[in-house]
Design a protein around this ligand. Structure first.
Ligand SMILES: [Zn+2]
Length: 593
């Protein structure tokens, strides 16, 4: 598949009716030149979601999401860029033209396609082997004992890897694939003696697919207890990343979208058993915690994720990371209290199991409340040291919740249990709250490779608000904007603001007509700026004032830096400059009234 040509892209955007597309997800009402409604990306009672029909942009002033009509379809339908364009092209009857790419990209794509075929063929081989071979008899028995019927096993493509050392290796090569390709997809591995052999042998094979149903790798379950690891997965390859895998997502996505929630379980057989019992919004993760990548992948599709994992044993730190990502995306994470020693697959096989499981799902507890309860239960409250440790552990959990009624309740509970003053607990929570500043590095925990969560307006620093106001005016008044854009430097702007300024410099006439689709954060900010530019009054005076205020912050940074370096001469000179600037600002503010 070659690239979609720019002309086609333009035609799709031209033909698409953003009001119609968005209206499928929320009711819109006209308000002046724009449309407003309840945000389809976060829970709210008063509308803060805005759609600009001529530029075909959306932005939520509540949760910060935004972009163009293609981005909306990507986020809401859980599609990639090209898929979203294809969907819109289909719907609005635009024929897509493709462009020839550079040969290297084309070669890469072809290799990827070959590897996909190799994985698909191997999955088919394993599946046939499970149903046809005598050797797999014990595997069929095992699966039947677990209550899994042939229908669901076939639907998920479950298979069996023979015990021979080279079945896949030989068959793969017979079909024209090289040993190198077999290694690249993780099916062959090199032994100590230098020869290659099959990675999966004598194992029940679970093909792991992406959202579109393409095989990425496999999970293999041992048949004998003396066989080494009980589960062996495909090693990390170019396209198999364990932390991003949601097992069964290809079969679960429709049910997930319909239910507005996903149920996350730990094992392959758990996913199968739940689907068989009609709980089709179930997906699997490989481990006891959900990763930030998995949260991010689900956040476009659902508002709520219920973890039916052995959450007791999940690392607290791992859960905290997931919680932080979820909170940034307005997604609720809840924990279903699974009975000790019983996994979902076992429960489904028992009488009345599915009903019991559904009840447990309904009663699921907020992850934060769960974590706090877990810490408190494990604390020996007679020991002051233990109490202090418990407080240190719950403070970051509570801090991550933001200021809410349920947090206040939890704080009271913690104070009572640890025999402390609520104000003291509150103090520790505030101290554990990450400082919000436009420039600091968010730290590795909150960094999600896919798409950073948009910053909610309430989280913006005053400096970022000012920067956005000025940039929006640069859109509204492009001639004067040009001058300010050339004066704004790294020292004035946040990293995102800086990228937005560069974008506006490069696209002075039509900033929104071709939003970058590989940089969701920037696209969202540009959409916001364009919508703001239509709504907020702009004037030369206001632009100048905003610029001077940003310049004042720049001077203050430089003064602080000079002080830290011990360069007092420079600091004095800068301070004088600041005094002049403050004077100038005060004058402008007086004039502006
Ligand atoms: Zn929103």
């Amino acid at each position: 598949m070659a690239l979609i040509s720019n002309e086609s892209l333009e035609r799709v955007k031209g033909a698409a009716d953003i009001i119609e597309v968005v209206s499928a997800h929320t009711d819109l009402r006209r308000q002046g030149a724009r449309y407003v409604g309840l945000c389809p990306f976060h829970e709210e009672r008063t509308p803060s979601f805005s759609v600009e029909p001529t530029e075909k942009l959306y932005h939520c002033f509540g949760c910060g999401v935004g972009g163009d009509v293609i981005k909306f379809v990507e986020e809401k339908e859980g599609l990639g860029f090209a898929e979203a364009v294809e969907l819109l092209a289909d719907r609005y009857g635009v024929e897509l033209e493709r462009e020839q790419e550079n040969p290297r990209a084309e070669a890469k794509r072809q290799r990827r396609r070959r590897l996909e075929q190799l994985l698909e063929r191997s999955a088919a081989f394993y599946s046939n082997y499970l149903w046809e071979s005598e050797e797999a008899g014990k595997a069929r028995d095992y699966l039947a004992q677990r209550g899994l019927r042939e229908e669901v096993l076939r639907a998920f493509g479950v298979g069996y890897a023979p015990s021979a050392w080279d079945k896949i290796l030989v068959r793969g090569q017979q079909a024209g694939f090289s040993v190198e390709e077999l290694r690249a997809v993780g099916l062959a591995q090199r032994g100590r003696s230098g020869g290659d052999y099959d990675r999966f042998r004598e194992r029940i094979m679970f093909p792991i697919r992406d959202r579109r149903g393409r095989v990425l790798g496999f999970g293999g379950r041992a048949m004998r207890s003396d066989q080494g690891a009980k589960y062996v997965n495909t090693a990390e390859t170019d396209f198999f990343h364990k932390s991003q895998i949601l097992y069964g997502v290809d079969r679960a996505k429709a049910a997930i979208a319909k239910a507005g929630r996903a149920v996350v379980v730990e094992g392959y057989t758990d996913v199968l058993a739940l689907h068989q019992a009609g709980i089709e919004e179930a997906v699997g993760v490989m481990g006891t915690a959900i990763t930030p990548d998995q949260v991010a992948a689900l956040s476009g599709m659902v508002e709520e994720v219920v973890l039916a994992l052995d959450a007791d044993s999940a690392g607290q730190e791992a859960m905290l990371r997931a919680q932080r990502v979820a909170a940034g995306r307005r997604m609720r994470l809840r924990v279903a209290a699974m009975p000790a020693g019983e996994d979902p697959a076992e429960m489904m096989a028992a009488d009345g199991g599915p009903e019991r499981f559904r009840e447990i799902l309904e009663r699921a507890e907020e992850l934060t409340a769960f974590q706090v309860r877990l810490v408190l239960e494990r604390t020996d409250t007679s020991s002051p040291i233990e109490r202090d440790r418990a407080l240190a552990e719950v403070a970051p959990v509570l801090a991550g919740m933001g200021e809410t009624v349920s947090r206040d309740e939890l704080i009271r509970k913690v104070a009572e249990k640890l025999d402390l003053e609520p104000a003291m607990v509150m103090g520790r929570v505030v101290a554990a709250t990450p400082a919000s500043g436009g420039r600091q590095d968010p730290g590795p925990e909150s960094r999600v490779p896919a798409q950073p969560a948009p910053r909610r307006p309430a989280e913006l620093t005053s400096r970022e608000r000012r920067e956005r106001a000025l940039l929006a005016m640069c859109v509204a008044l492009p001639d004067e904007g040009k001058e300010y854009l050339s004066r704004l430097t790294e020292a004035h702007l946040s990293p995102t603001g800086l990228r937005a300024a560069a974008w506006l410099r490069e696209h002075p006439e039509d900033p929104a007509s071709n939003l970058p689709h590989d940089d969701g954060e920037l696209a969202g900010l540009i959409a916001e700026l364009v919508i703001m530019s239509r709504e907020e009054p702009s004037s030369h005076e206001a632009m100048e004032l905003n610029f001077l205020l940003l310049d004042q912050r720049r001077l203050e940074d430089e003064i602080a830096a000079a002080g830290e370096r011990g360069d007092y001469e420079r600091r004095t000179a800068l301070s004088r400059e600041r005094a002049d600037l403050v004077e100038q600002i005060a004058h402008k503010q007086r004039v502006a009234g």
